[in-house]
Design a protein around this ligand. Sequence first.
Ligand SMILES: [Zn+2]
Length: 405
Amino acid sequence: MVVREDGSCAQDSTVTNIDDDLIALRREIHRRPEPAGEERETAGLVAEQLRAAGLEVTTGVGGHGVVAVLDGAAEGPTVAYRADMDAVDTRTGALPFPRSDRAFDEGFASRVPGAAHLCGHDLHTAIGVGVARTPARGPVHGRLVFVFQPAEEPLRGARAMLGTGIVQGLAPREFYALHCAPFPAGTVTVSPGYGLPGLDHVRMVLPGSDDATVAAVVAEVAALGTIAYPRSVAEYHARFRAVLDPGIAASIQESVGIAQWTERTPEGWPVANVLLRVWPQERFPELRARLGRLAADAGGRVEFPADPFPALVNSAELSIAAGRHLSAALGAESVLWGRASWPYNCEDFALFLDEAPGAQFYLGVADAETGINGAPHAPDFAADERAIGHGVRAMTSLLTARLGA
Ligand SMILES: [Zn+2]
């Protein structure tokens, strides 16, 4: 691929070779999935590829994190790009959907029991490597920073990497990332001002409550939820499409997702644990107060093991600029516009966006014709690998353009 000065791109015969190379890298990672905190070999592969491409690479950043820097020939701004590397623990991280009996990773399926790349981070990693390697072949103004993050699934890795201060020391002006989504391969979705919900854990401790009282509390908490979790890939696809539909999206501008489980304290008191996924995150104080009143009415109290985990909020301005750029560079039909937040998943790229404005895009990886579902965390998640080259071209073009902006 040739990336022009203005960030638009022209394809040449090297595209296929690059794409094949990155598909091979993705398959290698897919075959040896490493769950959160264990990304040693994946990080090693990434570091090796980036060093070979001439980037300045730091490893062991907040666990198995990798930070790589590509300096241009001329002065300019710093723009960062982040990819996550960890696999899903299939015992806890697979959605309880009926699975189809079709597999799309024949020949490179996971060889690790209990781990699989059900969230597409193997594609994210391969795309990140592809983006980092491509501009190395041409002049770049300013500096590109590549952040390969471990432990996204438990929302730990971004915080651990930021804890080292290395990313802040590089002071990126903007931060970008993408995530696989069940939209058609060949598309990138921008969501100006939207993103993914914040997460809060509330423990409602109910000393002396009998089972009926606890059940009543659980039911009242459940009634605060505004969304039902999808139960099949078909429902998942329909819910995702809703964020693109102006009419439906208007009705889901706020969302509260509730997950609950009960346990007992060592003294034997019942505890109702509540996980809240909330958009917008400004609603957390009100919801905490409501749960506090419900617990107090039952003679109990609430505890907060941690501060709420922040929502991922895409910059409206930079998302619109990105959408316009990608429409011009790749064709308007390649760009979809998200008009609501996807309410079911949290994402710790949120913490990088707290350091610098930017956006996470959805990379379409589904293919209706072949039955590739593209639905992250589905037990039979599969991705159309043509999306890898598309993601590389989209992000390379965008980052190049942002350095010139
Ligand atoms: Zn993910």
